[in-house]
Structure formats: C-alpha cells, structure tokens
Design a protein. Structure first.
Lengths: 580, 92
C-alpha cells in the first residue's frame, strides 16, 4: 500500500512501440502506483568449460583485470554495507572481504597462468573454495553461497554487465523480474522499491508473501513483462493484476486516489467485527519481537502465528533454552492480556534449518518437515516446549502452542502429551495437510484448537508446488476444493461437540474478500500480516454474518477458483470503492 | 620467526563478524601474517589476511591458534592481533 506517485527523472527511455501495452497477471498485493522500472539482471551465465585467454591477452593482463574487478566488487559491497543495518550489514561486510580474498584471487591467478580466461579462472577457483566450505558443514556450508554470489559479481564486472541480484539505485523504482528468490527478498530495500512485478511465480510465491508483508503493490505471472527496458514508466494495479506501459491521466488519477485510500485505511480500531456486531478477532502473524511490536501498534488483537523458526533461520546449531526464552518473551511482552499462538519449529521444505533438516530429500515438501522432525531429531521439540513454558512464566500474555504439519489424530495426541508434560495448558495443531482437515473431529478430541495454514493446505490439496509459476492458477486458496476442506474442518469442530476454535493463519486471511468467505464458513479468528489488518477489518465491517454465509455458499459451489473470486468480489462493492 | 599463541574468545569461534574484524586488522599491517591451529606444522599455516582461509581453519571458542610474522614491527603487530583474538568480539 505505497502512496508515492513517482515520475521518471528526465531521461525517459520508454520504447514508443510499447506505449499503452498492458500485461495481465495475477494481483497478489493491492496498491496502484506509477513509476520507472528496473529489471532484475539475468543470473550470471557460466563461462564455457575450459575457456582460454582471448588471443592477444597475456596472463599478466588477465590477472590485472581480475584483481581490478575483485577490488571493484569489494568497494561496491563495502559502500552498500555502510547504508545497511543489522544482519544485512554484516553479510555485506563479510562478502566484501571475500570478493578480494587473497586465497581466492591467488587460486584464480594460478589458473590464469595455465591459460584459463579470467572469468573461467575465478569461476573454478570459487567453486573449489565453495566446495571446501560446503564440506566443512554447518555455518561454513551456508557461507558457500556467499562465495558463489561474489563469484557471479566478479564475472559480471569482468564482462561489464550489471551485477546479479536486486539492482541498486538511489531513486525509487518498480522491480521487474522473472521471480524473486528468498535470498533476493532479504536484500530488498522497501524504501527504494515501489512495487514488485514478476513474469513467473504464483500467489503463494516468495514474491507475493514479501510484497504483502512490506505492503508493496505486486503483480505476479505477468507473462512478457521482463522484456521491457530499464526506465520504462508503468502503472501497476496490484488488486486487478495489470501492468500498463506509459500510463495516462486516468491512471495518474487512480494512483492519486489510492494514496487517499491508504490514508483512510491506515487505522484499525483494534476490534474485528461484522456489520451486525458478530466478533471476528483479527490477529497478526509475526516472526519475532520487532514484528510483534509493530503488530501491536497496528491494533492486532493478539498473535495468531509466531513463526519460531524465523528467530533461528541463521543458525547452524539448536538455539539454547535461554536464547529461545529471550526470543519468545519479547513477543509475549508486546501482547499483555492477549492471545499469542506459538508455532513450534516449522523447519524443512522452503525453510531448511541445518540442525534439523536433511537437504538431500528428493521431495522436501513431502519430507521430514514441521512436527515430523521430532522423528529424526528427538528432544529438540521438548526443549522448545520447555523454553516456551519458561518464557510464558511471569508474562501477561495468554500463551497457546501449536504444531505444524500434523497429519493424524495420533500425532495431535502425542503433541498434546508433550505440551502437558511441559506445563503448557492450551495445545493445538495446524491444519495444512488435507488428512488433518478430513479428520478434524478426532484431532480436536485431543487438542484445544486448530489453525488452518492455507498456503500449504492449498499446495497439498491441489498437488501443486507453491513456487511454480505455471501452476499459479491451481495454487490459490479460492479453489473450491480448498474451501471445502476449510468447511470440513469447521464441521469437525462442531461434530467434536465443544465448538473448539478454528482459526486461519495463512495468506488467505489477508485477502479481504476471502476473509469474508472464511468467516462465512465458520472460521472464528483470522491472523495475517499486520498491514492487512485495516483493509480486512474495513471489508468485514461491510457485511453481516448471514451475508458472509451466503457468499461462502456461492464460493463453495463455484466452478473454478476464478469464478469463486469473481462472484464474491462482485457482491462486495466496497472492494472497488477502496481499490482493494 | 616471531610467533604468538592466542585462545579464541569469541563465542561463535573465529568466523562471521569476529573473523571479519580480525582480517581487516591484518589487512592494515605492512606484514605477512600466518595463522595455524596450535600443534599444526608451520608449513600448513594459512594467510591471515584471507577471510576464506580463516573460515576454513574452523577455530572454535576456546581453541588455541598460532600467529607468525616476520619483519620490522612483527612483535608489536602480533601482540595487537592476539589482543583482538582474545576479546569476545561477538559480545561487542
């Protein structure tokens, strides 16, 4: 939800033949904005195997060029580190030292003297170093990626092409690329990037998730958009999912109107409710204390998902109990008297933790991940539960605990037993595997609540990898099959007899139109990125429970995800009024 | 050749930020400094100005390393480097 209308400073380089051209994609984060684009550079192409020095270039000249390129990369990274802060700064400082590392350069120069080209020499020298680091395991293995990153930068410098990774610019721009990797999104500066547009990727891709967390308008799967040139001015509509080249007066007006809307939507009064007063507590998903403080300030009624693995993603060893207590307590302290749902370590698949997960699994999404790591690394979960119980002592937060990737009632029972042994009174589980949705009644016989993780529930129900652009149409929680699984989970809670709470903590809860459907299906609480709280609250307040139930029924019986979304959106006029 | 031993004080061992600080300090010296784990032959010592060498050394908290340098000012230089290694740089 950015509010800046950015104009290109002076040098318009838009290809006139592209004027008015529209690219249609999938809108994944609302916002209407105008600005110049910068393309994510292509990944650096590997120099040909055995590439030799060019005729007329002596080994001495090639070595000098390599040293100069390495030095230039070092200076560039050092300069950028000065503007960065925290962990980002440390990574940049360390990679800057690697770029001009004497051992790396010596190894490359040695290869040059045997006749290899500078590009091929640094490529192979860095590969050996990376392999050595990889074999050392743990923390060193993680640094192997940094060496390969530096290698790409040096080769790009030698070739005189842009460095790989997110382009660096002093002025704000719209980032256009094929898709963003988690490593790219970590270095994304929200003060410089106005919007994200990708030609590939789906609604659950990292691009989409980071855009929603940062409140950046975003369009994914806009085929062909990466053929535009740097500096082209475009209008991005992150709700409709379109990108228009060389916008006119209409789009300027829309972007201005969006500015007004975001100002109006900036406040959430701290009570989620429907038009008829039916209460729907709106909570926030957080990754640590910083997020929690922001979420509390945004009016969140608690934390519906504390992703504990985010506190430990940089780690190569299991965090100590004391470290965990400190990380959790900061979150609890931000929500006195409110509910905080702690999810135990959800490692594996797209979030590997070296001390828990096996990176060599052929199918990580179907592998030992989430709660299942208790099978291969027993003890980690029990120590984490002990840490959560310790952190909860003396805080005023109401601490609930849930396990990710539960497939059976037996697993839920075992987890509830571990919680009880640790002195944690409110155990629950996530419903993200279809089997858990289908057996919700027996699962809820053992635990106090369930929380639907719609991202994984969708990928497993549709058998479609979250990261794959070509499967974007399958990978949406608007799929009637996914909505049926949500309905069955709620029905399971009623069948169990105690109407135990069924929440949603996936990306679905952050889509204001889908939030109405979820409430209509009987979901009791919604947890989302803090930025989505006010738009979701505004749309929920426009319908009664009976209306939400009618919309849910329409979505459930729709022929397709697209139809479901269209039908529901048509019945919610507030969406177009607000530009959501 | 002047040499010194130092016990690694940083809790994370000699990598990440502590390694960066150490390498930067070595880089400012007009001398060639080598580093090896205690007990390793001097021939296997690594270039102390290389962050990649330092990282591959794999020195953990409490490990003893040997620093060597030759030339004018070597003794003073080694003393200052020992001081860096024996400070918990990660805590600062």
């Amino acid at each position: 939800m950015r509010t800046i209308v950015q104009t290109l400073p002076g040098k318009a380089s838009t290809d006139k033949s592209e004027t008015g051209r529209t690219f249609a994609g999938v809108g994944v984060s609302p916002g209407r904005i105008i600005g110049p684009i910068l393309l994510m550079p292509q990944a650096v192409r590997e120099p040909a195997m055995g590439e030799r020095l060019a005729e007329g270039t002596s080994p001495e000249e090639a070595s000098t060029a390599l040293r100069a390129a390495a030095k230039a990369v070092q200076i560039n990274l050092t300069t950028r580190s000065v503007g960065a802060s925290g962990a980002g700064r440390e990574v940049l400082e360390a990679t800057a030292l690697m770029a001009n590392d004497p051992m790396l350069i010596k190894a490359a120069v040695k290869l040059i003297t045997t006749g290899a080209s500078a590009e091929r020499a640094i490529w192979d020298a860095a590969a050996s170093v990376a392999e050595m680091l990889h074999n050392l395991g743990g923390y060193m293995a993680e640094r192997a990626t940094d060496v390969l990153d530096v290698r790409g930068r040096i080769v790009a410098e030698l070739r005189g092409v842009p460095a790989p990774g997110i382009p660096y610019s002093d002025t704000p721009f719209i980032l256009v690329g094929e898709d963003l990797a988690p490593a790219d999104t970590a270095t994304l500066d929200p003060a410089k990037v106005l919007a994200l547009v990708t030609s590939s990727g789906g609604p659950q891709s990292h691009t989409a998730i980071i855009a929603r967390a940062l409140g950046l308008p975003a369009v994914v799967a806009a085929v062909g958009v990466d053929s535009l040139t740097d500096g082209t001015v475009v209008f991005v509509d992150g709700a409709v999912g379109t990108v228009l080249v060389d916008p006119g007066a209409d789009e300027v007006a829309l972007a201005k109107a969006w500015e007004t809307t975001t100002a109006a939507l900036a406040v959430f009064d701290g009570t989620g409710r429907l038009k008829d007063g039916h209460l729907v507590p709106l909570l926030s998903n957080v990754g640590g204390t910083t997020d929690a403080v922001k979420a509390a300030a945004a009016g969140a009624q608690g934390v519906g998902l504390l992703r504990t693995e985010f506190c430990f993603l940089e780690r190569d060893t299991e965090p100590t109990i004391a470290e965990q207590v400190e990380a959790y307590r900061g979150v609890f302290d931000a929500f006195p008297g409110k509910k905080v749902v702690v999810r135990t370590l959800d490692a594996g698949a797209d979030k590997p933790l070296p001390f828990l997960t096996d990176a060599s699994e052929p199918n990580p999404a179907l592998g030992v991940r989430g709660y299942r790591t208790d099978l291969t690394s027993p003890g980690v979960l029990e120590r984490q539960l002990a840490a959560i119980a310790l952190a909860a002592e003396g805080t005023e937060a109401e601490v609930w605990v849930m396990a990710p990737m539960i497939s059976t009632a037996e697993e839920a029972e075992h987890f509830a037993g571990l919680c009880q042994a640790a002195g944690l009174q409110t155990p629950g589980v996530m419903v993200e595997v279809p089997s858990a949705a289908l057996t919700a009644a027996s699962i809820l016989g053992h635990v106090h609540f369930v929380s639907l993780g719609t991202n994984d529930l969708t990928q497993y129900a549709m058998a479609a990898d979250r990261q794959l652009g070509p499967l974007a149409a399958l990978n949406t929680p608007w799929q009637p099959a996914v909505l049926q699984l949500i309905r069955l989970t709620v029905a399971g809670s009623r069948d169990e007899g105690h109407d135990k709470p069924v929440g949603v903590c996936g990306e679905a809860a952050a889509d204001p139109a889908l939030a109405v459907v979820l409430v209509g299906l009987g979901v009791s609480t919604l947890s989302m990125t803090a930025r989505a709280l006010s738009p979701v609250a505004a749309v929920l307040a426009s319908v009664t429970l009976a209306e939400a139930q009618q919309l849910a029924a329409l979505a459930l019986t729709a022929h397709s995800a697209t139809d479901a979304r269209r039908i529901v959106r048509e019945k919610l006029p507030i969406l177009s009024t607000l530009g959501l | 050749m002047p040499e010194r031993t130092a016990v690694i004080a940083s809790r994370v061992g000699l990598h990440a930020r502590p390694a960066g600080i150490f390498v930067a300090a070595v880089g400012e010296l007009p001398l060639e400094v080598t580093i090896a784990m205690a007990g390793e032959p001097a021939d296997d010592a690594m270039d102390a100005s290389s962050i990649l060498s330092i990282m591959s050394l794999g020195a953990s908290n409490g490990d003893t390393v040997v620093l060597r340098a030759e030339g004018e000012g070597a003794d003073e230089a080694l003393d200052s480097l020992v001081k860096i290694l024996e400070t918990d740089l990660d805590a600062e």
